[in-house]
Write a protein that binds this ligand. Sequence first.
Ligand code: HSE
Length: 434
Amino acid sequence: MKPVKVGICGLGTVGSGTFNVLKRNAEEIARRAGRGIEVAQIAQRRPNPQCDTGSTPITADVLAVADNPEIDVVVELIGGYTLARELVLRAIANGKHVVTANKALIAVHGNEIFARAREQGVIVAFEASVAGGIPVIKALREGLAANRINWVAGIINGTGNFILSEMREKGRTFPDVLAEAQALGYAEADPTFDVEGIDAAHKLTILASIAFGIPLQFDKAYTEGITRLTTADVGYAEALGYRIKHLGVARSTDQGIELRVHPTLIPADRLIANVNGVMNAVMVNGDAVGSTLFYGAGAGQEPTASAVVADLVDVVRAMTSDPENRVPHLAFQPDALSDHPVLSIEACESAYYLRIQAKDHPGVLAQVASILSARGINIESIMQKEAEEHDGLVPMILLTHRVTERHMVEAITALEALDDVVGDVVRIRVEHLN
Ligand code: HSE
């Protein structure tokens, strides 16, 4: 049988990794797909000296790949929302299947893209958009299809996890580790997407849609980054038996769906709390299966290429099948998506870590306890440190039981108004994941 012809758009870190893996493992891949997969065209703006593309035709115009009648599958690896959206929609309109690693594109424009793909009867595959090399989309969409999913919680940004791990283990500074993550090709073109949680929110939006059968709603995701975390809080969390991780949490409740990305204390003995460096891990809790954990490299050249090439194999296997009988893009049949609302962060529920800087006076603890109890906030534990030499303030660290964010915000406002409390109260959410 003739090989399937693929056009790779973008020959950066992931594009060159994809080219190299397709070439190196061509025989093994053809045995799996049932046909060869041939890169018939590459679109690249700048030459990539790290990738020997041999005699493969090269163009600088990505849209020329979408318009090339020879090409069966367009692989979109240029990133961003604008040209990438045009490219993908053009490829779909021309009846081509699409494979993309672009989480921003899927999270923001996925509803439109999948609607067009259905009209044209083509596949849009996007495994590499979430958690790099971990096949978590396939697991959630197919392997766990028997379950009602209760929650998904993941470390889904490799750069952020790499930064937090290096800071905690080696005492390195934030800019120093970020520069290394950029050099290693982990970070986004705009690294604020990594450290402010936007990249993780894109991925969580995709996971939540597939887990709960809801449309993609990136605009409703709550996003808080890691840039304001201090080494003091990392140390206090350790002393209490926790690790701080940048976690994406999607939870189904009777009121709606929680969709939030933020620094989170996790008990240090959980497997996911021990996921370090650029590694990602996603926990999925289903009513039948219980808790599962998917672990692997969340970024990087060949781990991400692994997911892109697996999608290509899937496309080749399914391209001759009846479009109605393929796995739906978002796991649930498109006419069966739910309108269960995504909750605002004020309506979400979590346990909390609080750090209060207090003057060393009698009765401060009693005032703090009274403010919390007046709002029904149950204290789980309290740790009070010695007064700090430079300012005489006492760091008071509290862990609370679960409470809605609205009540916690009210309590923090009241705590900050106390004469004996100095500065802002530090608040980090806590998830036990059990
Ligand atoms: N910048 C992303 C990360 C790349 O660090 O996880 C993979 O999506």
